[in-house]
Structure formats: structure tokens, C-alpha cells
Write a protein that binds this ligand. Structure first.
Ligand SMILES: Cc1cc2nc3c(=O)[nH]c(=O)nc-3n(C[C@H](O)[C@H](O)[C@H](O)COP(=O)(O)OP(=O)(O)OC[C@H]3O[C@@H](n4cnc5c(N)ncnc54)[C@H](O)[C@@H]3O)c2cc1C
Length: 383
């Protein structure tokens, strides 16, 4: 067993860490307040190869392994969770899913442009009445010769309003449950396809989230991603990649919160000494350090399996479940170290705390991760 990062992974870590320190951390507060995503910076990241990390070079990616992919997510999460989320959705949910299931034509049409930051993609699975139980979706796709007519609504879709291409899951067979779902690649501007942003979110304010209304949206059968009726498998394979990226991002955000708290604790004096000398403060710091290390090991273990291209759903869910809960505990506790000062925008902890809340909710709630892990252990599904 080898716990060392290799030379390439160390180089990626240094490059992205420097980029985040110079370009992301100093600006994240402003993006959050203005609810603005920095498109220019995103394109710059595309030029540097930071977006298409684990996309093959032949499709304009950097051809890196999954550990490097996780390192990039971790470093982005250190600076700004909205930025990390944008990386997760574009690469893990969309580009890698098109790569896995798409025809050569579909891959060439979308993946290079996503990998270089030229366009955004989104993943439309959730609906107003179906979240955890995605297979109960109501959206339909009725065949009409060489075309399909899509109708229905999607809810909570990251980038719905700003994407050139949307992975849309809909029922081609209403009576076949999960086996009746098909995935379509729907382009922006297709008549009847109307995305709308959702405002007043608690966190991830710099990242676009929205709804999609589909009213007789006519798409050609060539837009189908993967086989007809295999959309649920397409959706779950995307989540296997995205949960990994979310988990890595959580490790980065938790690490940032710990670093801020350590620096503060060394300087803040109460009862005549730095609070860093107080045992109960050290307990908060020690527990955070331990939890971050545990999370990082779970992420790297899942990445190790992904590099070997072996089944890793159990390990990825463990990483996502643990890290999603862990970053909430750590940001909460690190606010405790800063006391009242953590409660204002003077320190980025309040944003990190708000942004962290999503990680137990999306890409499958913590309960759903537990049920997947339980199923893997017991070989008896709870669904
Ligand atoms: C900011 C944001 C961005 C998002 N981005 C996307 C996106 O890009 N694409 C997309 O498709 N979706 C996206 N989502 C949706 C997200 O994935 C869902 O919110 C999530 O899957 C949970 O579904 P739900 O909100 O409908 O909750 P529900 O499924 O209604 O769950 C409510 C509660 O019931 C629990 N529960 C449900 N079933 C069970 C069970 N069998 N056993 C035990 N407990 C259970 C859940 O764990 C949860 O605590 C996003 C959501 C948000 C908030």
C-alpha cells in the first residue's frame, strides 16, 4: 500500500492550490453576495486544463486519473463550493456520462466544449414530486416516428438556465418503472424547453440552480443517450462519478474551515493566553483534523477503485455520506472556535457553513447513501 501522491498528482495539487489561493479564495465572498458565477475565470480554468481533468486528451481533457480529479475538487472546495459544484456537474454528471454512454458523434459534439469551459451542461433527473424515488418521475417521452415528444417538469437542476445541453430523463414506457426511463440530450433553445432560475437559496449562491418546464419538446431519436429504457442506469452511473467529486469537495471545504480556525485560535487571547492553549478548543481542532483525514482516505480509496475501473458504488457512497455529514460538523465546530466573529461575513466560515448544508441533501441524501451501503452489506434492498 502506498499513501504518497505521485509526481503528477503533486504537481496538479500545487498548480490548483496556487490558482485557488490567487484567483478564487479572494473573490468567493463577492460572487456569493452578488449571486454571480465568474464565467471569465471558468474559461481561464479551461485553458489551464483544470476543468477537463479526467477527460481523455483526445476530447480536449487533461487525461488525468481519478485521484487527480479528486485533488482538483478538493482544492476548488477549499476556495469556493459553488466553483467546485460547477466542476462536479459539468464534468462528473454530464461530460463523463456522455463519454460513457454516448455515440462518437455525441461525444465529439459536447465533451470537448464542456472540458474546455466553453459551454455548460446540466443533469435533469429530479422533479417536483420525485427526488429520492427518481424512478417515479412523471416526465414522459412519447415516440412520434423518428422523434420523441417530451413533457413534464424538472426541479432543482444545477445550471438549468445556463446550459447548452441538458441530460433529460423521461419515461418512454410509463408502466416499466426504472426500466422505462430514457435519457435525452436536449439543446438550449429547443421550442417548449423552458428553464427558470430558483433564487433565495441558503448557499451555493454563485451557482445557477433552476427548474425546467417541458411542453411538447420535440427531439430527434439521435439525441437519445445510451439505449432506450436504460436511462436509470445512465443516471446512476453519473451519480457514481458526481458523489465522488462532492465528497472530495467536502474534504477541501472542511480543510479550509480548519485552517482558518487554527490561525484564529493561535492569535485570539482569552483568560491571558491564546485560546489554542485551551484543552476544549484543542478538542474541537483535533476532532476536525481526524474527521478530515478519515474523509480524505475514503475519497482516495474510492478513487483508487475508480482508477482500476472496478465497481465502487459502495465505497463512493461511503465517501459521499461520511464527507457530506463531516463537512457540516466541521464547519459548525470551527465556527465555535471563532466565537461571535464567525457569525459575520468578516470570515468566510459563515459562507462555508451555509454552502456545506447541501452536501447531505443532493446527489442522494445521506439516508439514501446509507440504504445503498446497507444493500451492499446485506444484499437486500430497502427500496
Ligand atoms: C441546490 C440543489 C442542487 C441540485 N442539483 C440537482 C441537479 O443538478 N440535478 C438533479 O436531478 N437534481 C438536483 N438536485 C435535487 C436533489 O438531488 C434532490 O433534492 C435529492 O435527491 C432529494 O430529493 P428531494 O429533495 O425530493 O427529497 P425527498 O426524496 O422528498 O426526501 C425527503 C426526505 O425523506 C428521506 N427519504 C426519502 N426516501 C427515503 C427512504 N426510502 N428511506 C429513508 N428516508 C427517505 C430523504 O432522505 C429526505 O430526508 C439539487 C438539489 C438542490 C437543493
Amino acid at each position: 500500500m502506498n499513501f504518497d501522491l505521485n509526481e503528477e498528482q503533486l504537481a496538479v495539487q500545487k498548480m490548483v492550490r496556487d490558482f485557488v489561493a490567487n484567483e478564487i479564495t479572494p473573490n468567493a465572498k463577492e460572487w456569493d453576495i452578488k449571486e454571480e458565477f465568474p464565467m471569465d475565470l471558468w474559461k481561464k480554468m479551461g485553458d489551464l486544463g483544470i476543468i477537463g481533468t479526467s477527460i481523455p486528451e483526445e476530447y480536449e481533457g487533461s487525461g488525468m486519473d481519478f485521484i487527480s480529479h479528486a485533488i482538483v475538487a478538493e482544492e476548488l472546495g477549499y476556495g469556493c463550493s459553488s466553483m467546485r459544484g460547477t466542476y462536479s456537474v459539468n464534468i462528473s454528471l454530464v461530460a463523463k456520462t456522455i463519454l460513457k454512454w454516448g455515440t462518437e458523434e455525441q461525444i465529439k459534439k459536447y465533451v470537448p466544449r464542456i472540458a474546455t469551459g466553453e459551454i455548460f451542461g446540466c443533469y435533469g433527473l429530479t422533479e417536483p414530486d420525485s427526488g429520492s424515488d427518481a424512478a417515479s418521475m412523471k416526465s414522459t417521452a412519447e415516440q412520434d416516428g423518428d422523434y420523441y415528444i417530451l413533457n413534464g417538469n424538472k426541479m432543482w437542476i444545477t445550471h438549468s438556465d445556463v446550459s447548452e445541453v441538458s441530460l433529460i430523463f423521461a419515461k418512454t414506457d410509463k408502466d416499466a418503472g426504472a426500466r422505462g426511463i430514457t435519457c435525452f440530450l436536449v439543446e438550449k433553445g429547443t421550442p417548449g424547453f423552458t428553464p427558470q432560475p430558483i433564487h433565495e437559496k441558503i448557499g451555493l449562491k454563485a451557482q445557477n440552480t433552476g427548474e425546467i418546464n417541458m411542453d411538447n419538446v420535440r427531439v430527434h431519436k439521435d439525441t437519445i443517450l445510451g439505449p432506450v429504457g436504460r436511462g436509470f442506469a445512465v443516471a446512476m452511473s453519473a451519480l457514481d462519478n458526481a458523489r465522488f467529486t462532492v465528497a472530495a469537495g467536502c474534504v477541501g471545504t472542511a480543510q479550509a474551515a480548519l485552517d482558518i480556525a487554527k490561525e484564529y485560535a493561535r492569535e485570539r487571547v482569552q483568560f491571558g493566553k491564546p485560546i489554542a492553549t485551551k484543552q476544549l478548543v484543542q478538542q474541537l481542532i483535533a476532532n476536525a483534523a481526524l474527521e478530515i483525514e478519515m474523509g480524505r482516505l475514503l475519497v482516495y480509496r474510492a478513487g483508487f477503485l475508480k482508477n482500476k475501473d472496478v465497481r465502487n458504488t459502495r465505497e463512493t457512497c461511503m465517501a459521499k455520506y461520511f464527507c457530506g455529514e463531516m463537512v457540516n460538523r466541521v464547519t459548525y465546530d470551527m465556527m465555535q472556535v471563532l466565537g461571535g466573529y464567525s457569525f459575520s461575513g468578516e470570515y468566510p466560515l459563515e459562507r462555508m457553513y451555509r454552502d456545506s448544508r447541501i452536501n447531505t441533501l443532493y446527489e442522494g441524501t445521506s439516508q439514501i447513501q446509507q440504504l445503498i451501503i446497507g444493500n451492499a452489506e446485506l444484499e437486500m434492498p430497502a427500496f
